[in-house]
Design a protein around this ligand. Structure first.
Ligand code: SF4
Ligand code: SF4
Ligand code: SF4
Length: 246
C-alpha cells in the first residue's frame, strides 16, 4: 500500500482540530503511512502538486481564504472538512446574524480597517467529500477518518443523535430527569456523551443532526423556562452559518 499524499489546511479557526490530529498521529504508527505535503503548523513553505486528500480546518472569512479553498479543491481528490468550523461555520459564524459592518463596529475601534467577508462553511463554496463533526473531533472520529483514507473507503461516521450514545452508556437523562437544557436530541453523536457523563448538558459541539426535530426541542427548552432568544443562541452556537441557510 503506497503512502497517501495529504495536506492539512487551516482557515479561520482555533487550531484545536489540528492539535487533536497531531496528538493522534504522534501517538500511533499512522503517520508512517502518509506523505504530508503541507501542514502550516509545522512548515510554512507552500505546497504544490496533486493531493490524495486535503484535511481542511476552519471556516472561510476572507477573500484570500476563499481563493485558497478553491485551489485546494482543484488539487485534491478528496476534500475533508475537519471540525465544526469547516462543516457548519463554528462559533465564529454567530456573526452571520448581523451585517458584517455592525459586528465589526461592536468589536473594533476602526471597523473600516477590517478586511473580512461573511463567515461561511466550506460546503457553501466548494464540494465537500466528507464532513467530520466535532469541536474538535475526538480521537475515535479522527482515527476512523485517517484509517478510511488508507483503506480507500468512506469513513463510517455516526449519523445518529447524541442521546443514543448517552443511552448506550446507561447515563441518566439530564433533560427529562434533571430538567436541564441538554441539546443531545438535536446534536450529532461522536463524543461518547462526554458532557452528560460528567453531569453537564450537551452544548451541541458536534453540530446539528440531520434529522433534528428543532420545533420539538424548542418546545422542551421553553418548558424549562428558556426564552426564544436564549434557545436560538444555544441552537446557533456552533452552527450559525449552516442554520442561517435553512
Ligand atoms: S472546530 Fe472547534 S476545535 Fe476545531 S478549529 Fe473550530 S473552534 Fe477550534
Ligand atoms: S442527557 Fe442529554 S444526551 Fe443524554 S439522553 Fe438526555 S437529552 Fe440525550
Ligand atoms: S456532549 Fe455535546 S457539547 Fe459535550 S462534547 Fe459531546 S457533543 Fe460536545
Amino acid at each position: 500500500m503506497g503512502k497517501k499524499r495529504v495536506g492539512f489546511f487551516k482557515f479561520t479557526s482555533c487550531s484545536g482540530c489540528q492539535m487533536n490530529a497531531v496528538r493522534l498521529l504522534a501517538s500511533s504508527p499512522l503517520l508512517d503511512h502518509f506523505q504530508v505535503a503541507y501542514w502550516p503548523m509545522f512548515e510554512t513553505a507552500g505546497w504544490s502538486g496533486r493531493l490524495d486528500a486535503a484535511l481542511v480546518e476552519g471556516c472561510v472569512s476572507t477573500e484570500g481564504e476563499l481563493e485558497e479553498l478553491r485551489r485546494v479543491r482543484e488539487s485534491s481528490d478528496l476534500l475533508i472538512a475537519l471540525g465544526e468550523c469547516a462543516v457548519d461555520g463554528g462559533v465564529q459564524s454567530i456573526a452571520v446574524s448581523s451585517p458584517l459592518e455592525e459586528v465589526a463596529g461592536r468589536v473594533y475601534e476602526h471597523p473600516s480597517w477590517i478586511r473580512s467577508r461573511r463567515v461561511g462553511r466550506l460546503g457553501e463554496y466548494v464540494e465537500v467529500d466528507v464532513e467530520v463533526h466535532g469541536c474538535p473531533p475526538g480521537p475515535e472520529t479522527l482515527w476512523e477518518v485517517l484509517i478510511s483514507l488508507l483503506l480507500g473507503r468512506r469513513p463510517r461516521l455516526r449519523g445518529h443523535p447524541l442521546c443514543v450514545e448517552c443511552k448506550l452508556r446507561g447515563l441518566p437523562c439530564l433533560l427529562l430527569e434533571a430538567h436541564k437544557p441538554c441539546l443531545g436530541p438535536v446534536t450529532n453523536a461522536g463524543c461518547g456523551a462526554l458532557c452528560p457523563s460528567l453531569n453537564r448538558v450537551c452544548e451541541g459541539c458536534y453540530g446539528p443532526n440531520v434529522d433534528a426535530n428543532w420545533p420539538s426541542q424548542r418546545e422542551v427548552l421553553r418548558s424549562l423556562g428558556l426564552e426564544d432568544r436564549d434557545v436560538d443562541r444555544r441552537f446557533r452556537k456552533y452552527a450559525a452559518a449552516r442554520l442561517s441557510e435553512e
